[in-house]
Design a protein around this ligand. Sequence first.
Ligand SMILES: *Cc1c(COP(=O)(O)O)cnc(C)c1O
Length: 467
Amino acid sequence: MDQSIWDKVVAEIDAFQREIRDLRVSPQVTPAEIRAELQRRYDFREPVALETVVTDVMRYLREWNVQVTHPRYFGLFNPSVLPASIVADTLAALYNPQLATWSHAPAANELERRVLDHFSAALGFDPQAIKANFTTGGLEANLSAVICAITRAFPEALETGLAGLPGPSSRPAIYLTGEAHHSFIKIARMTGLGTQALREVPTGEDYRMDVAGLIRQVEADRSNGWTPLMIVGTAGTTGAGLIDPLPEIAAAAERSGAWFHVDAAWGGSAALSPRLKPLLAGIERADSVTWDAHKWLSVPMGAGMFFTRHPETAKAAFAITTTYMPKPADDETPELYATTVQWTRRAIGLKVFMALAELGAGGYAGLIERQAEMGDLIRARLQEKGWMVRNATRLPVVCFTHADIHEGRITTGQILERIYARGKVWISEVVLGGQERVLRACVTSYRTEAADVDCLIDELERVRQER
Ligand SMILES: *Cc1c(COP(=O)(O)O)cnc(C)c1O
C-alpha cells in the first residue's frame, strides 16, 4: 500500500485530536443527504482508489458524527479514547489474533488475562478464584450472568430448556428496579425466560432499590410459583448514576438463594479510584459483575468485561467440544470459546492493557477522579444559576431541571433541540423513577475542563431564556 495513505491516516489521528475542541459536537444532516452522497459516489461498479476512499471516510466521520470524544460531549457513557487504545486497536487489526483458543493467540490471551487479574483484585476478588473475560459490552456480560445463574439453579435446563422445568412451581424470576438497564429485556427474550420473569422492585425517593420492598416481593412471588433466580443491583444507573444498596442486596440474595449480579457497566470504573471505591462496597459479594471498559476507561467500543466467582458454573454453561478446534494448552488454561458466549474473538482487551500500562494504576485513578470532579463542578454551577439537581450521586452524572420547565414555559425537548442546533455542547434527557423528565449531563471525557463546564452552563442559560 502506498506510503502516502498511511501518512494521511497518521496525520488525521494527530490532527483530529488537536482540533476536536473546535469542531461541532453534533452534526446537522438528514438521512437523505447522506444516502444521496453515498449513492452518487459509491455504486461499487468501478474500484475507487484507496486514497480517495480514505479521504471520503475521514470527511464523513468528521462531519456526520456526534463527536463523542469531544470535551463538551456531556452525553451517554461514550468516552474520549486514549492514544494508547487507538494504537492497540490498530495493532489488533494488523495481527488479527484469534483468541478463541489459547494456542492460536498465546500473547493476546495472556495480555488480556493480566488486565483482568488486575481488575478482579480492584473489585475485591481473589484473581485466582475468579473467571473473567472480555465481552463486546455490558449486554453480553449481563447475558453471561443470566446464563450462569440458570446453569447453577437449573442445571437440567441446559438440556431440557426452561420449558422443560418441572411444574409451574419453578418459574425463574429476575429482580431489578425500573432504573436497571434495559438490556435485561432483550436478555429475558434471548434466554427464553420471557419478560414476565423481570420482576420490577420498587425504589425509594432516591431511585435506589428499596431492599425491604425486594424481600416482600420475593416472598409474595414465591407463593405465586416464582423461584428467585437472580437479583440485579446496579452500580451506577444509566439514567442517574445511582448505586443500589449493594451490601443489603447481597444479604437478601444470600437468604433467598438467588444469584447476586452487580451491573456496574459504567460505575465499575470507580473501583480504580481509592477515593470513589468505597461507594462500591458490597460488590465483592456478587456472584458476578458486569463492567465495561468502553464506558469510563477511555478506550474505544466495544470492550466489556464479565467477572464471576463461579468458574465451574461458567465452564458448565458454555462447555463445548468439537473435532475441528485445536486442543487446550493445559488443564488450567481456559479456552475462551468453550467458557464464554463468543466463539471467534477479537483482542478486545489489548486496548485496555496498553492504556493501563501507559498510565499505571495511579494515572487511571487520576483520570476517573478528575471526571468526577468535573461532575461536582457541573452540579455546583447549575445550582448557582438556579437549576435544580434531582439525583444524589458522587459519580459524574447530573440530572437537573428548572422552574421554567416545571411551570411549562419550556420543555426539556425544546432545550435539547436548541442546544443541538447550536452544536457547542451535547446533553440528553431521561425520565427518573418513571415520573419526571429531566435533563442529563454526564462527564465522559478525560479532556473536559472547567472552561467546558462553563460553556455548558452558558449554553443552558442562553437557550432557556430564548423566546
Ligand atoms: C451501558 C449499560 C449497559 C449495556 O452495555 P453495552 O456496553 O451498551 O452493551 C448495561 N448496564 C448498564 C448499567 C449500562 O449503563
